[in-house]
Structures are given as C-alpha cells and as structure tokens.
Design a protein around this ligand. Structure first.
Ligand code: HEM
Length: 118
C-alpha cells in the first residue's frame, strides 16, 4: 500500500489543501481572531511539513509541539471542530476522495487533546 501522502497526490496536493485551509480559517468568523497576529507564510510552511510527515511523506516536522504552539490560545472543542470543517471544505475543493479525507482526519483527531485546553 502506497503512503497516504502519495495517494493524496504528494507535495503539490498537500500545498493546495493547506492553502485552501488557511484561506478558509483566516476568513472564518468562528476562528479568524486567532490568526490575526500570525505569520501565515510561516504557518503554511509548518503545516505542509507536518501533514507531509504525518501522512508518510519524505518530510520531517521540526516545528513546535502541538501543545506548545496552541497553549496560549485557550482553544475549545468548537474551535477545533470549526478548523476541521474548514479542512474538509478545502479537501473537497481539492477533489480529495472521501475515504482519503477520512484517513487524514484520523491522523489529526488525536491532536485534539494537546490543542484544546478548555
Ligand atoms: C488538528 C488540528 C491542528 C493542527 C494539525 C495544527 C497545526 C499547527 C501547526 C503545525 C502550527 C505551527 C507550529 C509552529 O510554528 O512550529 C500551528 C500553529 C498555529 N495554530 Fe494550529 N493546528 C491545529 C488546530 C488549530 C486550531 C483549532 C486553531 C485555532 C482555531 C489553530 C490556530 C493556530 C495558530 C493561530 C497558529 C500560529 C501561532 C503563531 O502565530 O505562532 N490551530 N498549528
């Protein structure tokens, strides 16, 4: 079985998905406030690298732990779910098949416990 990374379409596909996610999240009234002082360029690089590594691609994630990166934000489950919805929209828009979307989301779901702090 090929890696999820390869089946998603590799680096270019991941970049399209992350761009779509960041466009949506930074305009999403439910969560946009969290991104107002963020260097989105840097976040894009880190997210692509993280998703590449997590999906079995040829990358190593060297960014912050999920706990450290989000500790100061006081995120709730509703914020987490809003971001996941934006990601699903971005995956749909990129034409990623539903089954592959599920595989990617399953990799991210366990991060909830490090990201949501209240
Ligand atoms: C599965 C869910 C999530 C993943 C995989 C994820 C991933 C990441 C990554 C990789 C970084 C970069 C860390 C670094 O700079 O080294 C980051 C930062 C950030 N995340 Fe998340 N995140 C998630 C959920 C959320 C949610 C729910 C929010 C807000 C609603 C959020 C807002 C942010 C912001 C604003 C930053 C940048 C902080 C800064 O400006 O330094 N994230 N996230």
């Amino acid at each position: 079985q090929e890696s999820l990374y390869a089946r998603l379409g590799g680096q270019a596909a991941l970049e399209t998905v992350v761009d779509g996610l960041l466009q949506r999240a930074t305009r999403d009234p439910r969560i946009q406030e969290f991104f107002k002082d963020t260097n989105v360029r840097h976040l894009r690089t880190q997210l692509v690298e993280q998703l590449c590594a997590a999906s079995g691609g040829p990358c190593r994630y060297e960014g912050e732990t999920m706990k450290n990166a989000h500790a100061a934000m006081g995120l709730r489950t509703a914020h987490f779910n809003a971001l996941v919805e934006d990601l699903q929209d971005a995956l749909d828009a990129a034409g990623v098949p539903f089954a592959l979307q599920g595989e990617l989301l399953a990799l991210l779901a366990p991060m909830h416990r490090d990201i949501v702090t209240r």
